[in-house]
Design a protein around this ligand. Structure first.
Ligand code: ADP
Ligand code: MG
Length: 610
């Protein structure tokens, strides 16, 4: 047996450092949090070689007074009160005053710092935990920390690091989360000499999203802000089109601190049910602000998983917050009325598809500019379209500089009424329509399923009877187990619009169904529903009714591969337009109902245009 010895302080420091500074991204996190605590509103982070070679964090915060610079690197040195009144403090308390000490135990650190009232700043270099030299230096207000050769003296930890590009990715993740939580601070991230992102620091979350994830995301977010019983949920959720195949674009803050909470992710997904494709996960950046006593702090300080004292309550509030956001209409902009003469196409649907006022859009200059850049033809329309009247859009935009009036005019052009012309049906599955400068395809099954679903839901909610009585009742023979489960859930079936009864033996008799459907599909639906009801009994989900109505809608809907008459198509197109004005544009499983190509896009495909 080896002798029992007390570890030297330098070894102890290295072990402690393993927790605070386990990898470059953790070092960046500590340094950036210090910069935020110092009141900075501009923070620049630069790394090289995944952060192992070099990390620099520069802030314009309060700086450290000359006499205290050395002290800041001592273990347990902190200028911050340890308030036990919020989650952040509680969960990082284990590390209070330890970050700088830990970091400098495993690297070489240089600091340049100056307070506003000092004439000159201080330079200090610290290597392997020991302060080397201190001198005066001319510099601006704030602090720059440079950390080099991280873990060079801890080979074991060095081995545990991933390749540089992966570590750099972790740094980007950490920094983007912090940036999302602090839109009022401008963050710049530079990696190996390239600026990866820079946030504006103008206090607007949507701009942080624009800077981090690009225009596509910034265009597709909906604000969330909802308070109930001292619990406030705020931030943004993304429309289904920016959902991802994993949860990497879900960001949650509890009392300002980044955390992970699996169940809250589930709640968000639940709120998106019927609007999102199965296997897709919604984008969100959400803050949960609540009294500290409602958070279970019994978690390791370095861990990001959080538990709530009263889970159910928090989840209910979050669910409502997100649902509300999904259904709220956007703020209206006043748009100049403008009547534009349009030739009427011959075959038109009785109610033109954009006859319903579309969801008013906030006019965002960046988006309008982007739209214009993408849609304005740089040359006149090509040969085949010369016969058509030149679209008004082109005239306005080509000859007028970018001004407020242009934007308004553009907006009104976008919103003008144009009847949709049904071109026909292809593959017995899709309906093709032309409207203005667009051609679109409607998936007849998706559209019909959604229509059925909405009608069913409405009747169900209003407690109207929606049973379709069958001309002659059907007797269904089930097996023993199936019969048992169906009978156990008989009241459920009646509630969802079935008219049915026990028919002795293993049979049931069906007199009516929730929607008209093929006999062959009734049995499938019943079994699917009884499975779902059984499942619900064991693991209840919030939106079971919706899920059940969705199953019914799906089984009753027009299938793909069915020839439709013109009138049937007309009806479907019209209903799709109605649904779209209510913000519904996917089938209950989240598949899109319609896909649109602009004339411009088609011309690009044919290389008539660049
Ligand atoms: P803690 O943040 O828990 O106090 P640290 O070891 O991270 O512990 O920092 C020690 C102290 O150094 C802080 O309390 C603060 O006074 C000072 N400090 C560190 N970084 C900065 C900075 N960027 N600007 C101003 N002061 C800083
Ligand atoms: Mg700190």
């Amino acid at each position: 047996m080896a002798e029992i010895r007390v570890l030297s302080s330098s070894v102890a420091d290295k072990i402690a450092a393993g927790e605070v500074a386990e990898r470059p991204s953790a070092v960046v996190k500590e340094l950036v949090e210090n910069a935020i605590d110092a009141g900075a509103d501009k923070i620049e982070v630069e790394i090289k070689q995944g952060g192992v070679g070099y990390i620099r964090v520069t802030d314009n915060g309060c700086g450290i007074p000359r006499g205290q610079v050395k002290t800041a690197f001592l273990r347990h040195a902190t200028s911050k009160l340890t308030e036990i009144d919020d989650l952040y403090r509680i969960s990082t308390m284990g590390f209070r005053g330890e970050a700088l000490a830990s970091i400098c135990a495993v690297s070489q650190v240089e600091i340049v710092t100056k307070t506003a009232d000092a004439e000159e700043g201080t330079f200090l270099s610290v290597a392997n935990g020991k302060a080397e030299e201190e001198s005066l230096i001319a510099c601006g207000d704030g602090t720059t920390m440079v950390v080099e050769n991280l873990f060079a003296n801890v080979p074991a930890r060095m081995k545990f690091l991933k390749k540089d590009s992966t570590e750099a990715g972790y740094v980007a993740d950490v920094l983007s989360r912090i940036a999302l939580s602090r839109p009022e601070i401008s963050f710049t991230y530079i990696c190996d000499g390239n600026e990866i992102f820079a946030t504006a620091g103008d206090g607007k979350l949507e701009n942080v999203i624009l800077n981090l994830y690009g225009l596509e995301h910034a265009k597709a977010i909906l604000p969330v802000d909802y308070t109930e019983e001292k619990i406030r949920i705020h931030g943004v959720v993304g429309k289904p089109e920016i959902s991802r195949g994993n949860r990497s674009r879900q960001t949650l803050f509890v009392n300002g601190r980044y955390v992970k909470n699996h169940v809250l992710s589930k709640v968000a997904e639940e709120a998106f049910r019927n609007r999102m494709m199965v296997g897709k996960f919604p984008f969100f950046v959400l803050h949960v602000d609540l009294p500290a006593e409602l958070v279970d702090v019994n978690v390791h300080p370095a861990k990001t998983e959080v538990k709530f004292a009263n889970e159910k309550q928090i989840y209910d509030v979050a669910y409502h917050a997100i649902k509300n956001a999904l259904y709220v209409k956007e703020e209206t902009v006043s748009v100049q009325e403008k009547s534009i003469e349009q030739p009427m196409p011959k075959m038109t649907v009785s109610a033109p598809i954009s006859n319903y006022s579309p969801q008013p859009q906030r006019v965002n200059p960046i988006l309008v500019r982007e739209y214009m850049d993408a849609t304005i033809p740089k040359e006149m329309p090509s040969v085949s379209s010369v016969k058509e009247p030149t679209p008004v859009k082109v005239n306005i935009i080509e000859e007028t500089p970018f001004k407020q009036e242009v934007m308004e005019e553009l907006q009104s052009v976008l919103e003008m009424d144009e009847p949709a012309k049904i071109i026909g049906q292809i593959f017995d599955t899709y309906i093709i329509c032309q409207q203005g400068d667009e051609v679109f395809f409607i998936d007849q099954h998706a559209a019909h399923e959604r229509m059925r679903f909405e009608t069913l839901k409405e009747s169900y909610q209003k407690k109207e009877k929606f049973t379709q009585m069958l001309l002659s009742p059907i007797v269904l023979n089930l097996d023993f187990r199936e019969k048992q489960t169906v009978m156990e859930h008989l009241s459920g079936f009646l509630m969802f619009g079935f008219d049915m009864d026990d028919f002795g033996g293993n049979a049931v008799i069906i007199n009516g169904t929730p929607v008209a459907m093929d006999e062959s599909r009734i049995r499938d639906l019943m079994l699917e529903l009884s499975d779902a009801m059984e499942q619900q009994r064991q693991h209840p989900i919030a939106d079971f009714e919706e899920a059940a109505l969705d199953m019914i809608a799906c089984k009753g809907a027009i299938k793909a591969n069915k020839h439709l008459s013109y009138v049937e198509m007309q009806d479907l197109v019209q209903r799709v337009a109605e649904l779209e004005t209510q913000g519904v544009n996917s089938c209950p499983h989240g598949r899109p109902i319609r896909i649109t190509f602009t004339k411009d896009e088609i011309e690009k495909l044919f290389k008539r245009k660049l």
